[in-house]
Design a protein around this ligand. Structure first.
Ligand SMILES: NC(=O)c1ccc[n+]([C@@H]2O[C@H](COP(=O)([O-])OP(=O)(O)OC[C@H]3O[C@@H](n4cnc5c(N)ncnc54)[C@H](O)[C@@H]3O)[C@@H](O)[C@H]2O)c1
Length: 490
């Protein structure tokens, strides 16, 4: 790894974000990172300084060297910024819809005066989104949403470009510390992938959430499920758009993005041949369908495990076998969980697996593979290649676990391709533009999980098609009236 710089001096930003961060950096950070400047005296500042009945925010525990400017950024190595900048430029060139929206709004600065905290995988594509928010006038602070998904060069490039960011690869100890640092910004918009930021704001700073936050967005299936549970319990204190559920997100990112990047992660971590292998996919929903399709395309024989009959039947009609995990465990060479549910693969499954089975997860949390139970039946464990751990069971069999059971596509590869994140992140941006517009017009949106309008999906899909150089047909007047004619028959 390149040499790291402790307490690197704040650099002048060259990007649109420069102004934003120069401002943020000028704010003195109080103890626990809570800003003391008089600009925003209510909300998080007060609440965070004295979290009712909670201990003060702990100090950062992470070991090793960091590049850190307190209150502004903490990344692994600011020296990686140039490498990260090239990755971001690569992504920009493949995200034409997002760049189009950036160009459309950068003059009018619709997010000016707003502060946005985000917790989402720090990839090159995320960086394009973050810099788009800044280019449209928002003050932004960012953290990762998974200990193993931050791309350190990209994080360094964002920090050097003037974004307030707290994220590094391998951040197991300070995951919530980083989220807390983004709350120091006293955000009035939040952007989540998995609800960890929303949960922190709601559970620790409830008053602030109720009074100061205009709204938020949620990127993933598991996060939206948590949000809906929170709303049903009457504990959602501001409106949140379910970005995951947009057609141009759920049916593309989760299916084609996860399909490709999950196989990419498995191959980078193992380099095994997929052709001829029995590949077990747990969960044949959006992500599982993508993984199964792509693994089939590489010559694997697919087995699906499911709890929902309709998803199971879809698997059968794709030509896969469907069975319980108890049965699949005996047959699989490679296992990939994609359910968003805990304990999909447990002790009894490990015990019946073949010697040399490979196990990984692409669901949001690392709860799908029960590694504690695996450890309890193992006599030793070693890292045999990057992101690949070999467990030797007491019965002598070996089981290989990829990326610590965390989402293998981000931990062992680079996450989804830019082309598909273009649509997901255009949804993110458009939702925040809507929240800002409603706020500036004095309109209060309900404290609910908000669905994405069909018109937003249509706009994003049409723009994407246009940038791909594709054309479409239009319904004629006659066709329209035919569709709506209840008398039209044979
Ligand atoms: N790796 C990534 O980059 C990435 C991208 C998008 C979503 N995700 C995450 O992937 C997970 C799945 O998302 P999705 O959009 O596919 O959700 P989905 O609801 O479309 O599909 C989940 C499927 O899992 C099935 N399932 C639930 N419990 C099961 C069990 N015990 N055994 C077998 N199957 C079971 C459900 O019936 C459903 O068909 C979520 O955690 C989501 O947040 C990850």
């Amino acid at each position: 790894m390149a040499t790291t710089t402790k307490k690197a001096p704040a650099k002048k930003a060259a990007k649109p974000a420069a102004k934003v961060v120069a401002k943020a950096a000028a704010k003195p950070a109080a103890k626990n990172g809570v800003h003391k400047n008089g600009t925003h005296t209510n909300g998080a500042a007060k609440v965070a300084a004295k979290p009712a009945g909670k201990a003060a925010i702990p100090a950062k525990k992470g070991k090793g060297s960091f590049s850190e400017v307190p209150g502004k950024y903490c990344v692994r190595d600011i020296g990686l910024a140039e490498e990260g900048r090239k990755l971001i430029q690569w992504a920009e060139s493949r995200m034409p819809v997002l760049m189009h929206i950036r160009d459309t709004y950068k003059k009018s600065q619709p997010l000016k005066g707003l502060r946005l905290a985000g917790s989402l995988h720090v990839t090159k594509e995320t960086a394009v989104l973050v810099e788009t928010f800044a280019a449209l006038g928002a003050e932004v602070s960012w953290s990762g949403c998974n200990p193993l998904s931050t791309n350190d060069p990209v994080a360094a490039a964002l920090a050097k470009g003037g974004i307030s960011i707290f994220a590094w690869y391998g951040n197991h100890e300070d995951f919530y510390w980083c989220i807390e640092r983004t709350i120091d910004l006293k955000p009035n918009l939040t952007l989540d992938d998995g609800c960890d930021l929303i949960n922190t704001v709601h559970e620790k700073y409830a008053d602030y959430a109720r009074k100061e936050v205009i709204g938020g967005t949620e990127e993933t299936t598991t996060g939206v499920q948590r949000l809906r549970a929170r709303a049903a319990a009457g504990k959602l204190y501001y409106p949140v758009y379910a970005v995951n559920d947009a057609i141009t997100k759920w049916d593309f990112d989760n299916v084609y993005g996860t399909g490709q990047s999950t196989l990419d992660g498995i191959l980078r971590a193992t380099s095994v041949m997929l052709a001829g292998k029995t590949f077990v996919v747990a969960g044949h929903g959006h992500c599982g369908q993508g993984v199964a399709k792509r693994a089939k395309g590489m010559g694997s024989n697919i087995i699906i495990t499911e709890v929902k009959a309709t998803s199971a039947i879809k698997g059968i009609l794709e030509g896969y076998r469907v069975m319980s995990m108890d049965d699949a465990a005996k047959e699989g060479d490679i296992f990939c969980t994609a359910t968003g549910v805990k304990d999909i693969i447990r002790k009894r499954h490990f015990l019946s697996m073949k010697d040399g089975a490979i196990v990984c997860n692409t669901g949001h949390y690392d709860a799908e593979i029960n590694l504690e139970e695996l450890a309890s039946i193992s006599k030793s464990k070693r890292t045999i290649r990057p992101n690949c751990e070999e467990y030797t069971l007491k019965n002598g069999n070996k089981i290989f676990v990829l990326a610590e059971g965390r989402l293998v596509n981000l931990a062992a590869a680079e996450g989804h391709p830019s082309e598909v994140m273009d649509m997901s992140f255009s949804n993110q941006l458009m939702c925040h533009l809507k929240l800002a517009e409603a706020y500036k017009a004095g309109k209060k949106l309900p404290n609910q999980v908000l669905d994405i309008d069909e018109s937003q999906d249509e706009f994003i899909a049409e723009t994407k098609l246009r940038t791909m150089g594709m054309s479409m047909d239009k319904l004629t007047k006659e066709q329209l009236s035919y569709i709506n004619d209840y008398n039209a028959g044979t």
